[in-house]
Ligand binder design. Structure first.
Ligand code: SF4
Length: 379
């Protein structure tokens, strides 16, 4: 194993106690154990091992995030397994390689939300009622996580259309996922309203990789106008508490706290935004809104022809088991199966999803609603 040399290195603006490898050190650490690494017949693992042996490099562009993650894994074999997952995701995302199982799964504990932000589909009154609203049953959840583990789905996000912390078993869900060895990255999103002390501890105890708090401003009045129904002071207090708990009880955690904003009116003072939130988190990010508050009424985008990587690299699963390519299609016009009555693997290999992929590859995504009008461009 490579000697750990960086102590208290700043990562995402936050001090972490664990050691961070450089890319070169990561390669050397794997090379030193190369004869003991087991590929289990996986082609991508074989390729990674061969590249390390022959060229002393990793066969895909490795990010700081991936190096950071590898640094926290104990054995070379665990690092290889993780790199295998990231390589699979990379090939699916960039080259539209088809795999037998999704590299990334987004599970929705609940579809409801306590807020009504103007840039979100939760303001669509035809959505916030039956049959769209509901919460995931525990049995379905555990079966999906067990299958995800078997299929080596490497990344899971616990969130999608609703506010996940509203699920009465949210903490248990995190804990259940944390026991799985082949699920490396666990992300969760929240609007911060229900971040109780108990939930904060569950997040760190479950080794969540990233907790994303959606927050779109730094001034109370503007924040509450954008995040309609929220209480700015309470959310700031909750984010501060999350950060305090991390610093006090989980100094060596690898959990990244990220505050993520949407610059809805395209006039956000990003420096002020960053200065306000940075003391309470590890990363601050801001993006522009994707038009998905009423996706189906968007103007079509005939100029966008690039295939959407989501059809190859991820599967969204709603609370009732419906599988979907994305949450821009929040009313499931393009649902390609139901994992409550079928397996993840069968749904991922469904005829319908293959047809969507073919249309996208032929630059005919304009035949699909809402792909013809969602505005997401991978080109
Ligand atoms: S609606 Fe947009 S994000 Fe969803 S699959 Fe189609 S192109 Fe991709």
């Amino acid at each position: 194993m490579t000697e750990a040399i960086y102590q208290n290195l700043k990562y995402h603006g936050q001090k972490v106690v664990s050691s961070i490898l450089t890319e070169e050190q990561l390669v050397i650490s794997l090379f030193n154990d190369i004869d003991n690494l087991i590929d289990n017949g996986h082609l991508l693992k074989k390729e990674i091992i061969n590249n390390i042996k022959s060229f002393k490099n990793i066969p895909f562009p490795i990010s700081n995030h991936e190096i950071f993650y590898c640094s926290n894994l104990d054995t070379p074999q665990e690092k290889l397994n993780y790199l295998n997952h990231r390589y699979k995701f990379y090939k699916a995302n960039k080259f539209h390689e088809e795999y037998e199982s999704p590299p990334y799964l987004l599970l929705e504990p609940v579809s409801a939300c306590n807020l009504r932000c103007p840039m979100c589909f939760q303001i669509d009154k035809t959505f916030t009622r039956k049959p769209f609203m509901g919460i995931m049953k525990w049995d379905l959840f555990t079966r999906l996580i067990d299958e995800a583990e078997e299929l080596s789905v490497g990344s899971i996000t616990l969130a999608s259309r609703g506010e996940p912390t509203m699920h009465p078993k949210y903490s248990e869900m995190l804990k259940y996922i944390s026991k799985k060895k082949n699920i490396f990255e666990l992300k969760t999103n929240t609007n911060g309203t229900f971040l109780s002390e108990d939930i904060c501890h569950s997040i760190f105890n479950s080794g969540v990789s990233t907790v994303v708090i959606s927050a779109d401003h730094y001034e109370k009045e503007k924040f509450e106008a954008l995040r309609k129904g929220s209480n700015f002071d309470k959310i700031v207090k909750n984010v501060m508490q999350l950060n305090e708990i991390k610093n006090k009880y989980y100094k060596n955690t690898r959990t990244e706290i990220r505050v993520s904003g949407i610059d809805f009116h395209k006039n956000l003072d990003r420096e002020k935004f960053n200065n306000f939130w940075q003391p309470y988190c590890d990363t601050v990010s801001v993006g522009y809104a994707v038009e998905r508050w009423d996706t189906y009424a968007n103007e079509p985008h005939p100029e966008i022809k690039s295939p959407c990587s989501f059809l190859w690299d991820r599967m969204y699963v709603w609370w009732d088991g419906k599988a979907n390519p994305c949450d821009a299609d929040y009313k499931s016009y393009m649902s390609y199966g139901d994992v409550s009555t079928s397996t993840i693997k069968d749904v991922w290999n469904s005829k319908k999803l293959k047809e969507f992929r073919e249309l996208h590859l032929k630059k005919e995504r304009g035949c699909l609603n809402p792909c013809d009008r969602c505005g997401l461009d991978f080109g």
